[in-house]
Every structure is written in C-alpha cells, then in structure tokens.
Design a protein around this ligand. Structure first.
Ligand SMILES: [Ca+2]
Length: 298
C-alpha cells in the first residue's frame, strides 16, 4: 500500500501528463468553434436531437423513429418526418460544410435530405434527384457528383462550399470539385431541416446518423478523419453517455491505451475538462482519503 501523499502526487503528475498529451494531439482535431451544430442522434428516445456543440441548437424531431445507426442510435425518416434546428442569425454565410451518414430506404422521387434557409429565401440544399446521384444546390448553382446511389446502403456524404467552389465527398472520397461562385446566406435568422426542404418539400425516406454542420469549408483531410474516426473523435466532442456506460468506457480507454480519451468535456459553458465526467476539482480527492483503486494503474 503506497502512502497517500505518494498516490496523490502520482495523480497530480498524471493529470499534468494527460493535459500535455491532449494539447499535443489537439492540432489534428477539427476546430470545434467552427461547428454550427453536431447532432450525434445517440439519444435513442424522445423528440429532441441534442446539439453536442457549444451552440446548443437542439433539433426538434417531428415523426422520425429511433433505430440502430452507424454509431449507436440514428433517426429513420418516413416522407414528411424531419428534425428542425433553429439556428442563430447569420450563422452560415459563404463557407459551409454539412456532412452525415445516410441510408436511403427507397429512391422514389427527388429527396432533399438536408436544407438550410435564411429569412430571405436563400438556401443550401444537398439532395438526391430522380437520377439517384448526390447533388448540391444553392440559389446560384447546382452541382452533380456523378456518384450513383443504391437503396438500403449506408453512405457518408459531405457537401462543402468555400465561396468559389463546391465539393461533394462520398465515404471520404472527393467525387466533384466545381466552380460555384457568388453565393452566401444572408445575415439574418437561419433554420436547418433534415430529410426535407424547409420542412415540407422534396420529402426523404432515409436513415440519418451523425450530422455535422460547420460554417467553414472543411478540408479533404478533415473529412477523411471524420469518416474513419467518427465525428466524436475527429472533433474531440464526446456524446453524453449514460452513467451505466462508465465501466464500458473505462475498459475502452485501457484497451486502446490512449490517455487522451480519459479527458471529457464536462461543461459546455465553463470549458472545464475532467475525467470520466468529473471536473478536475471534483476528481482530485481531498487529503486523508483513499485514492480510488481504479486510479492505481496510472
Ligand atoms: Ca448516432
């Protein structure tokens, strides 16, 4: 049995090391401040799709059913179902990225699987036309990917606009890069819908998981990172997990040997970092108490 002071020193040093490791690896991460909304669809129940970004643009679910997804649960949309997220004013302008996992259950008709509108009827609309390819539309351009879609198949699809070019990626591979000049959403109130165009048009029949909306044009490397690692690990955001998953999470941490995954955001607003959901000040045991046995491996 080590003396308590020694154990506490080990804990403090370990926390410093954890912090350093997390900092050193953070450069490869996508800047989370560029995220407008991150919707993991991991709730598995209820009628709210939580936004895991700092912005809190929670989506209101209308009619979608919870199903098994690419990562935990996902939402299945019959035609007419949607998730509506009311965004801020001027949130997205002339640089944007929207990405998600999508599985079309049938290919009938044109299906606009995502749309973001401002209050002046300007909008970005990624969609599937009757020709069953991925396309990306705005008021000023309409970009075809040439990639043929099959029903009942998962795809990771990413639509990017950087102010002069539009890009469509499928499963992390660039399918089209095309000049698409002069478009911006206005600096006014904006709203996003999944599986419809503005809630009522070009309805979609699909399962959707892990939706990310950014107000920058992500790079091809960023997108590959998201496809291979998942949106949570690529952005450093951890979806909220139920308390009974802690043991499972800890097992994953140890088996992967990746120290940084012990770090979790524990507060959206205070930017506090902690371990297994506890902020540092709560995690550090007071003098005279026994360090929890699960810390002894550090
Ligand atoms: Ca999910």
């Amino acid at each position: 049995m080590k003396p308590i002071a020694t154990k506490l020193t080990v804990v403090y040093i370990s926390l410093i090391i954890i912090t350093l490791i997390d900092t050193s690896q953070s450069y490869a991460k996508i800047d989370i401040k560029t995220a407008v909304g991150i919707w993991f669809y991991d709730e598995g129940k209820g009628d709210i799709a939580k936004d895991a970004s700092e912005n809190g643009y929670d989506g209101k679910i209308t009619g979608g059913k919870w199903e098994k997804g690419k990562f935990q649960s996902a939402l299945s949309f019959d035609k007419g179902d949607t998730v509506t997220a009311v965004l801020g004013s001027g949130t997205v302008r002339n640089n944007m990225t929207v990405l998600m996992w999508i599985n079309f259950l049938d290919l009938a008709g044109q299906q606009n699987y995502f749309s973001i509108w401002d209050s002046s009827n300007n909008r970005y609309v990624p969609y599937k036309p009757v020709e069953n390819i991925f396309r990306f539309w705005s008021n000023n351009w309409n970009i075809p990917s040439g990639f043929a879609i099959s029903a009942k198949t998962w795809y990771h699809v990413t639509n990017v606009y950087d102010g002069s070019k539009a890009y469509i990626y499928v499963d992390g591979e660039l399918k089209v890069s095309q000049s698409a000049p002069n478009f911006s959403l206005a600096d006014n109130q904006q709203t996003a819908w999944v599986a419809t165009d503005r809630g009522t048009g070009f309805l979609s029949n699909c399962i959707v998981d892990e939706v990310g909306l950014f107000n920058v044009a992500l790079s091809g490397d960023d997108i590959k990172n998201i496809v291979t690692k998942g949106l949570a690990r690529a952005t450093g955001i951890t979806a909220v997990e139920p308390a009974n998953k802690i043991t499972q999470t800890w097992g994953l941490i140890k088996s992967e040997g990746i120290v940084k995954f012990k770090m979790k955001r524990v507060s959206k607003t205070q930017k506090t970092w902690g371990v297994l959901g506890m902020p540092f000040h709560a995690f550090l045991p007071p003098l005279g108490t026994t360090v929890p046995s699960w810390l002894n491996f550090i």
